[in-house]
Design a protein around this ligand. Structure first.
Ligand SMILES: CCCCCCCC/C=C\CCCCCCCCCCCCCC(=O)SCCNC(=O)CCNC(=O)[C@H](O)C(C)(C)COP(=O)(O)OP(=O)(O)OC[C@H]1O[C@@H](n2cnc3c(N)ncnc32)[C@H](O)[C@@H]1OP(=O)(O)O
Ligand SMILES: Cc1cc2nc3c(=O)[nH]c(=O)nc-3n(C[C@H](O)[C@H](O)[C@H](O)COP(=O)(O)OP(=O)(O)OC[C@H]3O[C@@H](n4cnc5c(N)ncnc54)[C@H](O)[C@@H]3O)c2cc1C
Length: 663
């Protein structure tokens, strides 16, 4: 049967070269080719089917994930996939699994915190998956406060071992992914106790399960922590609980790059900063930022395609009704999310660059950019995951009632994504880290020159008193006007916090009292980073007919949308006047009209297969209604016309003798 493209008329309207945009989105022609090839490989392989996930019981779901992970690994080995290709395969398989923590945290922790000898011993085993690792940091009683962890690792000089112990219920490890049912090993974070002295938290490689029969080793109590939010979703992951009862490990299983314990029981600190113990978190936060654009773009692709298919009201003379995408309200909710997806894509690319740069510096013992890298990864992780989780939920609402069906793909996408606001650092806690960095920068102005993303603070005197020069709506398209408004807002909010803090005798008390304002200052700073990196991206040459123009429209939408949403900040700090805010809003409306004919092509540029999208509402051909109708009949509830339980619960009701008349 010939396939009809119900969105062809939309695709014909587009004013730019979609294939060129696909390459911009992917990052390079090589990245595009690789991503395209692997996505098709996964989509065409029935072994990676995922449309039944929300219907399965937890046990069946989990077993199916184990099967898929093993099948993915076999595919990787059989096809000799490179690391880059394997990572893409994992991405398109689209199912959280224990392998994420093995590759995403266990291996990086050994690389970042292990000595050369430790890496040589453990990495080959991990690379071949002869051992499977997890990252066991969080405990029942403490997650955010890493320094508050209670698990102990006490050095026993007699046997040259550490004794790993959970002294309290609250010290039970709680949450680590892959721990519950799969991991054979963990990087367990514990307080290092040597000679009766507590040297703070450090990582230790601990074997948990037998490599022969998978049973827990002596002294180990381990299991899954139970069902989580949503059907399917993150329940494919075995987040676990773990207690140690005086478990002994050899001394050389303490990760010793940052500090060491000698055979004689002497504690030694390396030249590297202690904060490198937190290095794995910096790495993962960076990957989470890169992933935010994927999750958001996916939701936006579904909502945009469906908004072009869906019609409500407005029929003239019996003609078709209005496509809901043509309603200005729909545009003002949807297009900023489309623009955010692109903005997050570019900030993710930039953050990867920053992370690579800081890693190279660390290897050369240059630790100068570590505080900025920590602030950027923490702040951008917080900002992008909050916006993405909110954005996915908004996309669900943009799809009306049908968005609430699992077959829209949006409920599961939200349920799988929303913990990103909590894991790898609660988003508020992370913004407070950014705020500390900002306050430190302000307090050192005149002593230490701010550089990098905080470089704008060198112009703080100007930024504290500059006035916005916008006179007409089009003036808001000037990148310098936009940047200055965002810089002035960020600088003024930070300086105001610093001034208020100086009124407190005890700085920590002041920080706690002003923490809500400090978080807002941190948000302003992080938004400025995203805006400025988007603008920088557009200063590069970007090939392809109309591609750069589209990106300029999206950059302006992203920036002016933020200005509109946070106009309270901009107005109260005196960066703009109500007139400027109103002109920004006029300009925003005009930008929505410009993006409208290109909306479908802009989401096509993500190059997502129908398999990956996993959404009837977002399917490429827009043939939504027949697919929804067919899918309904496939629900197990429709296996029989009369439901199970009819004879037990419905028929007796219908047949009961109603005596109400006599009562
Ligand atoms: C299908 C199968 C296919 C097979 C596939 C094979 C191939 C696959 C290939 C690849 C797949 C990869 C997939 C990858 C996916 C990864 C998914 C991950 C999923 C995520 C799971 C989640 C895991 C977790 O959640 S782990 C636990 C995370 N926990 C936290 O984040 C805790 C948060 N708390 C903290 O970080 C800290 O405690 C704190 C920062 C909040 C406070 O710490 P503190 O009290 O010690 O600090 P201070 O405030 O006192 O600050 C001291 C000082 O240190 C500075 N600082 C703090 N943190 C850092 C840091 N991280 N780095 C650098 N500096 C830091 C701070 O700024 C202070 O500095 P000063 O200068 O002010 O002193
Ligand atoms: C799906 C999922 C997977 C996970 N995977 C892993 C894993 O593999 N390994 C691992 O070790 N951990 C894992 N975690 C744990 C995760 O890292 C922690 O849950 C996270 O760091 C948040 O810590 P918490 O739970 O202690 O939150 P809490 O700190 O208890 O947060 C509760 C509330 O208190 C607020 N709050 C806390 N401290 C402050 C403060 N100083 N100032 C102001 N407000 C504050 C927070 O903003 C939040 O609103 C996972 C968690 C989830 C949900």
């Amino acid at each position: 049967m010939e396939r009809v493209d119900h969105l062809a008329h939309e695709r014909n309207k587009s004013e730019f070269d979609v294939d060129a945009m696909k390459i911009v989105w992917a990052g390079s022609p090589h990245a595009f080719e690789l991503s395209d090839r692997i996505s098709k490989l996964v989509a065409s392989d029935p072994g990676f089917r995922k449309d039944n996930r929300t219907m399965l019981s937890r046990k069946d779901l989990f077993k199916n994930t184990l099967r898929k992970a093993a099948y993915a690994w076999k595919t990787i080995v059989d096809l000799h996939l490179s690391e880059e290709e394997a990572a893409k395969l994992r991405f398109y398989v689209d199912e959280p699994a224990y392998t994420d923590l093995h590759w995403g945290m266990f291996v990086p922790a050994i690389k970042g915190q292990g000595t050369d000898e430790q890496q040589q011993k453990w990495l080959p085993l991990a690379y071949k998956m002869q051992i499977i690792g997890c990252y066991a940091q969080t405990e029942l009683g403490h997650g955010s406060n890493v320094q508050g962890l209670e698990t102990t690792a006490t050095f026993d000089p007699q046997t040259d071992e550490f004794i790993i112990h959970s002294p309290t219920l609250t010290s039970s490890k709680w949450w680590p992914g892959g721990l519950g049912k799969v991991a054979t090993h963990a990087i367990a974070y514990a307080r290092l106790i040597v000679g009766g002295r507590d040297y703070g938290v450090n990582g230790f490689i601990v074997q948990l399960r037998s490599l022969e029969d998978h049973s827990p080793l002596p002294g180990i109590t381990v299991g899954d922590i139970g069902m989580k939010f949503g059907n399917g979703a993150y329940n494919t992951m075995d987040n676990g609980v773990l207690q140690f009862d005086h478990v002994r490990i050899p001394r050389d299983q303490m990760l010793m790059r940052v500090s060491q314990v000698t055979r004689e029981g002497k504690y030694k600190q390396s030249d590297v900063p202690r904060q490198l113990v937190y290095g794995t978190m910096v790495y993962v936060r960076q990957t989470i930022v890169a992933d935010a654009s994927c999750a958001l773009s996916r939701a936006v692709c579904i909502a945009t395609r469906y908004s072009a298919v869906r019609r409500q009201f407005g029929s003239q003379n019996g003609g078709p009704e209005t496509q809901v995408i043509d309603y200005k309200t729909q545009q003002s909710r949807l297009f900023p999310l489309l623009a955010s997806a692109y903005a997050f894509r570019f900030i993710g690319e930039w953050l990867k660059w920053l992370y690579t740069d800081v890693t190279q510096r660390l290897q050369a013992n240059d630790f100068s950019t570590l505080p900025e890298a920590h602030a950027c990864t923490a702040g951008l992780k917080s900002l992008t995951t909050t916006a993405t989780a909110d954005g996915i939920e908004e996309c669900r609402k943009l799809c009306g009632g049908h968005g609430y069906l699992c077959s829209s793909g949006l409920p599961e996408l939200f349920a799988v994504y929303v913990p990103a606001c909590t894991y790898e650092g609660d988003n508020t806690v992370l913004l407070l880290q950014v705020a500390r960095f900002l306050m430190k920068t302000v307090s050192q102005l005149g002593v230490k020159k701010p550089v990098g993303t905080i470089g704008y603070m060198t112009r703080v005197d100007h930024l504290m008193q500059c006035r916005c020069g916008v006179q007409r709506a089009e003036d808001w398209l000037n990148p310098s006007a936009l940047l200055e408004a965002f810089e002035a807002r960020a600088a003024r909010m930070s300086v105001a916090c610093a001034q208020n803090l100086s009124n407190f005798d005890n700085p920590e008390e002041g920080f706690a009292e002003l923490s809500a304002d400090l978080v807002e200052a941190a948000v302003a700073h992080c938004q400025l980073i995203i805006v400025s990196k988007f603008i920088e991206k557009l200063q590069q040459e970007i090939p392809g007919k109309g591609v750069k123009q589209q990106l300029e429209v999206l950059c302006n939408i992203y920036t002016l949308f933020l200005l509109h949403k946070h106009q309270g900040d901009f107005l109260s700090t005196g960066c703009i006047t109500p007139k400027h805010a109103s002109l920004a809003n006029d300009q925003l409306r005009s930008l929505y009209s410009q993006v409208r004919p290109n909306a479908i092509a802009l989401v096509d540029a993500f190059n997502y297969t129908d398999h990956f999208l996993g959404s009837i509402l977002g399917c490429y051909d827009g043939n939504v209604y027949p697919k929804l109708y067919e899918a309904a009949w496939e629900d197990p509830l429709n296996d029989s016309v009369v439901p199970d339980g009819y004879h037990q619960y419905i028929r007796p009701l219908l047949k009961q003798q109603i005596r109400t008349a006599r009562l």
